[in-house]
Write a protein that binds this ligand. Structure first.
Ligand SMILES: CCCCC/C=C\C/C=C\C/C=C\C/C=C\CCCC(=O)SCCNC(=O)CCNC(=O)[C@H](O)C(C)(C)COP(=O)(O)OP(=O)(O)OC[C@H]1O[C@@H](n2cnc3c(N)ncnc32)[C@H](O)[C@@H]1OP(=O)(O)O
Length: 295
């Protein structure tokens, strides 16, 4: 009798596991667990995009200090971090106006649409500036945003894979980190943007391994266009390495009528996915993009 009961239970469990896909099952499990039980786990991470702590590990936030960071990089990080708004004891917020932006190695799965990309390509796609796991090898950077000043500061340490002229950083790598800084600022202020125009003056070479500051500001907004500019200086601000101006155009190109419904559906799916992923909580990277993407 007992053996028969166990067999029935086993068959029932196997059927359930075969017919219910992992996602709804996870959602069901999540619904069974009170939110409050998850909160300590969630709040122990600056930003977590993990849906479920036991089934997937949280993605790495590349903008946090790692052993490859030089003393100067850490000093600057700690300086800007000390200016950031933080919860103090008693729930009060320490005013500061600054906030650190988290950074992951993938642009948001759904935001790019990626109609023409194969599934495989989409799986393999990685954010250009975060595509090596070797710490300190390429772009080590963190962006601090000041919304009220409409300004951001990127602390950048250039790794050995970024060499251009012997011992110095490649001009394309400098353009990349400038585009990232300006694009992040424009995106933070105007929503999803594409860089339309970027003008760069290279004033003095950046030694490989050194730490520089990219200080970006908003110049003006004209309709869909957000004009931004930046200066790249040595970490103490004494030497000007590069200066640039850029124009980012906000909003998606207007789709043809026939594509409109598909796009609308895609965007609402994205929204639903994000709401689900973040348990409906506003995430710092959300605050900076209507549809979030990491810097
Ligand atoms: C769902 C999409 C998500 C997209 C997410 C995008 C980026 C996220 C990426 C990474 C996230 C990680 C880090 C964030 C940091 C950095 C982001 C890096 C950003 C990039 O690395 S991004 C790649 C390089 N980027 C391109 O690949 C753009 C190719 N291009 C186009 O996609 C179109 O060209 C577009 C959209 C720019 C405009 O197209 P459109 O059809 O929407 O608008 P239209 O042409 O009507 O121009 C409207 C007004 O902009 C003026 N205008 C246009 N082009 C101009 C130019 N070149 N110079 C000066 N002004 C220009 C016009 O004169 C007009 O001005 P006005 O209104 O006054 O007449």
């Amino acid at each position: 009798m007992l053996r028969h009961g166990l067999q029935v239970t086993r068959v029932f469990c196997q059927t359930v596991l075969h017919t219910v896909s992992a996602r709804p099952l996870r959602s069901a499990i999540l619904r069974l667990i009170p939110r409050t039980a998850l909160l300590p786990w969630l709040s122990s991470r600056a930003v977590s995009v993990s849906e479920w702590p036991l089934l997937s590990s949280p993605p790495r936030d590349y903008s946090l200090p790692n052993p490859s960071w030089s003393t100067e990089m850490r000093r600057l990080y700690e300086y800007y971090d000390s200016l950031c708004e933080k919860e103090m004891e008693g729930g009060e917020k320490k005013p500061g106006g600054w906030g650190r932006l988290p950074s992951y190695n993938r642009t948001l799965k759904y935001a790019a649409g990626g109609k023409c990309l194969s599934k495989l390509l989409k799986e393999k796609a990685r954010l250009f500036t975060r595509n090596t796991e070797e710490q300190g090898a390429a772009f080590e950077y963190v962006v601090f945003m000041n919304k009220s000043e409409k300004r951001c500061v990127c602390i950048f340490q250039a790794g050995h894979l970024l060499e251009g002229p012997p011992g110095n950083v490649h001009g394309g790598a400098i353009a990349t980190i400038i585009d990232t800084s300006l694009g992040t600022l424009a995106g933070y202020l105007s929503g999803i943007v594409m860089t339309a125009n970027l003008n760069i003056n290279y004033c003095s070479p950046i030694p490989l391994g050194s730490v520089v500051l990219i200080d970006s500001v908003l110049d003006k907004v004209e309709g869909r266009k957000t004009f931004v500019s930046c200066q790249v200086t040595s970490s103490d601000g004494s030497k000007l390495h590069t200066e640039a101006t850029g124009n980012a155009v906000a909003g998606l190109p207007i789709p043809r009528q026939s594509q409109h419904a598909t796009l609308k559906k895609k965007m609402s799916n994205t929204h639903r996915h994000l709401k689900h992923t973040f348990h409906g909580r506003l995430n710092p990277s959300f605050a900076y993009f209507k549809v979030c993407f990491p810097c």
